[in-house]
Design a binder for this molecule. Structure first.
Ligand code: HEM
Length: 232
């Protein structure tokens, strides 16, 4: 048996560490995928943007994130510290563990799966139908950020906050660039989306300060008594 598998069996905490680690890798990969997607569909690319970086890389990064998603979910389900079933990773708001915040991760996964499936079926759909599902990636990405902050043990750590802030800044920058350079949308819609690009992250920042960074979050987030993981 490979040594890594032995470590997972002998040290129950290894699953938990793997779950946390893959959570951040997953968030970084999804961020990269969103950034590449936004830029690949921009009509005017900045001069400094490498020309070989296009739609193909966007698709491959999205597919790569799937493998980390599988490990993230599998370790959450196998980890015996908390009770999360496989069904909880598909049906949102079912798990007794941090119900809302875990549930948002599940909604994000469901949305990403819808995006991946419709991309596979793109040839059989109208462009408008495909696009209307594909824009849900933004919502899924934002929900996964809130899920990570609300569920994660490391949310208060400087490196975790830095990772979230870095991912947020990258997505905001690309969206602002896209909205400023696109001609496809009417001006009032562009202005509305630009406002939302700043208001939504500010809302998440405000909630992070009041919620995950404030004392007693573990209890308020809905950690069941026997699974008081957040005390770790
Ligand atoms: C796109 C979807 C998802 C992303 C990007 C994501 C990302 C993250 C991140 C960044 C964390 C924080 C880890 C930490 O602070 O150490 C986290 C925590 C967690 N995630 Fe997810 N996640 C996703 C979906 C899910 C789903 C569907 C489940 C349910 C099975 C899940 C289960 C967990 C659990 C149990 C934790 C808490 C780990 C701990 O105790 O610290 N995640 N996730």
């Amino acid at each position: 048996m490979p040594t890594s598998a032995l470590i997972l069996i002998r040290d129950p905490k290894a699953l938990w560490f793997l779950n946390r680690g893959t959570g951040f890798v997953l968030l970084s990969l999804l961020t990269l995928s969103v950034v590449l997607g936004v830029m690949a569909s921009s009509r005017r690319l900045p001069k400094w943007w490498p020309r070989f970086v296009g739609n193909e890389l966007h698709r491959r990064v999205a597919l790569l994130s799937l493998s980390f998603l599988v490990v993230h979910i599998a370790t959450a389900v196998l980890d015996s510290f908390v009770s999360i079933s496989l069904l909880d990773s598909i049906l949102p708001f079912q798990s007794p563990y941090r119900t809302i915040w875990l549930g948002l991760g599940t909604v994000a996964v469901d949305l990403f799966i819808a995006v991946l499936i419709t991309t596979g079926l793109r040839g059989r759909m109208t462009e408008a139908a495909w696009r209307s599902v594909h824009v849900l990636s933004y919502l899924a990405w934002a929900l996964s950020v809130v899920h990570g902050l609300g569920t994660g043990t490391d949310s208060h750590r400087a490196w975790a906050l830095g990772t979230n802030a870095g991912c947020g800044a990258l997505v905001i920058l690309c969206l602002v660039y896209r909205l400023l350079t696109t001609t496809d949308l009417a001006l009032p819609i562009r202005v509305g989306l630009l406002v939302a690009t700043f208001v939504v992250p500010l809302g998440i920042l405000w909630w992070t300060i009041q919620g995950p960074l404030a004392p007693g979050w573990s209890h308020r987030a809905g950690t069941p008594a026997p699974a008081s993981k957040a005390a770790k």
